[in-house]
Design a protein around this ligand. Structure first.
Ligand SMILES: Cc1ncc(C[n+]2csc(CCOP(=O)(O)OP(=O)(O)O)c2C)c(N)n1
Ligand SMILES: [Mg+2]
Length: 342
């Protein structure tokens, strides 16, 4: 259906599109809160890194992508997977370690993978996803289908050699990759000011001659516009971009972290004045969208999160026979180094 100018309400988006962004951020928020609850109840094992507070980044950056574009992320990736199209039921089931999970219950929170929606992980090794994104970008450049790769990582990943190798190769080889650093000011308990000798990523992008933009990661529309420019650059010119989205996680690093290293008033200030959902709802109210519409969207998100947890809880654990399925083996014995030494 053609969109006329009169349909557009804000930032080139229709009412329906704006409400879609709102619903997506709410779904991530309620999903993550529910996952946190289930973790405390002992339903989820291993690590669990929640995305609460950062929802505007995944929502703003991934919604303008095409279905055939790829997204690769870190271990704080449930939100990215859901925005890219993964079924929240199957993501929750993965957290519960159930056979109906996106990774058949064998990956868990840090290894969400959904090939159908081109969401390719879920990496627990800090920075690992960036050189991999370059590999995808190289393949895409050669294949010439016009699809691109977007990769998300934290401020802590920037200090890994992998970041520098990836930045250099992406620019050198003109790869259609959008790098998005979610700068939430902490890597585990380490404050940014104690880790970086510079206060932004701009000089690091400049070191590799790469286009750079900094954006308010709590402003979903700003993220969307910034991401759109980078996506266009990747698709039309096969050029990478480094985006630094300034954001904040409202919870600890993982469920195991009481986050005692952050001043309470700092956390409170971000929560009460910079919550991305709260800020966007204010923008929507200013456009004349009523509170009842916003509250109904919140109720739907809560119901979806509860339904996902119920689906996960009612799903079976993987069968023991699944243990050796999808595992890389060497049936021919051709790879000599895999053989045990005599
Ligand atoms: C190569 C490597 N080193 C260390 C770790 C342990 N580790 C896990 S998360 C993390 C902090 C990363 O912080 P950041 O990149 O800012 O992401 P955030 O958790 O803030 O989203 C560290 C050091 C790891 N998983 N991999
Ligand atoms: Mg961080």
């Amino acid at each position: 259906m053609a969109i006329s100018n009169s349909d557009v309400m804000l930032a080139g988006l229709t009412r329906e599109q704006l409400l879609g962004l709102h619903a997506t951020m709410l779904l991530i928020r309620r999903f993550e809160e529910k996952a946190g609850e289930e973790y405390t109840l002992g339903k989820i094992g291993g690590f669990l890194h929640l995305y609460v507070g950062q929802e505007a980044v995944a929502t703003g950056a991934i919604t303008p992508l095409r279905p055939d574009d790829y997204v690769i992320s870190s271990y704080r990736e449930h939100g990215h997977a859901i925005v890219k199209g993964a079924d929240p039921n199957a993501v929750m089931a993965e957290l519960f370690g159930r056979a109906t999970g996106v990774s058949k219950g064998k990956g868990g929170s840090m290894h969400i993978f959904d090939d159908k929606h081109h969401f390719h992980g879920g990496y627990a090794i800090v920075g690992a996803q960036m050189p991999i994104a370059c590999g995808y970008g190289l393949a895409q450049r050669f294949a010439g289908q016009g699809n691109i790769t977007m990769t998300f990582f934290g401020d802590g990943a920037v200090d890994e050699g992998a970041f520098h190798e990836a930045m250099n190769l992406a620019e050198l080889w003109s790869l259609p990759v959008v790098f998005i650093c979610e700068n939430n000011l902490y890597s585990m308990g380490n404050a940014l000011a104690k880790a970086w000798s510079v206060s932004s990523l701009e000089p690091r992008a400049a070191a590799y001659g790469m286009a750079y933009e900094r954006v308010d990661g709590m402003d979903v529309l700003a993220v969307r516009e910034t991401a759109q420019r980078a996506i266009d650059r990747a698709r039309r010119e096969s050029k990478p971009t480094l985006i630094e989205a300034m954001t904040y996680r409202f919870r600890g690093h993982s469920m195991a972290d009481p986050a005692a290293y952050r001043p309470k008033d700092e956390v409170e200030r971000w929560r009460s004045t910079r919550d991305p959902i709260m800020l966007f709802e204010q923008q929507l109210r200013d456009l004349g969208i009523d509170q009842a519409t916003l509250s109904a969207a919140d109720d739907r998100a809560t119901q979806a999160a509860e339904a996902a947890a119920a689906f996960a809880d009612n799903s079976p654990f993987p069968d023991l026979s699944a243990l050796t399925e999808d595992v890389m083996i060497d049936p021919t014995g051709a790879i000599a180094w895999r053989r045990p030494r005599k």
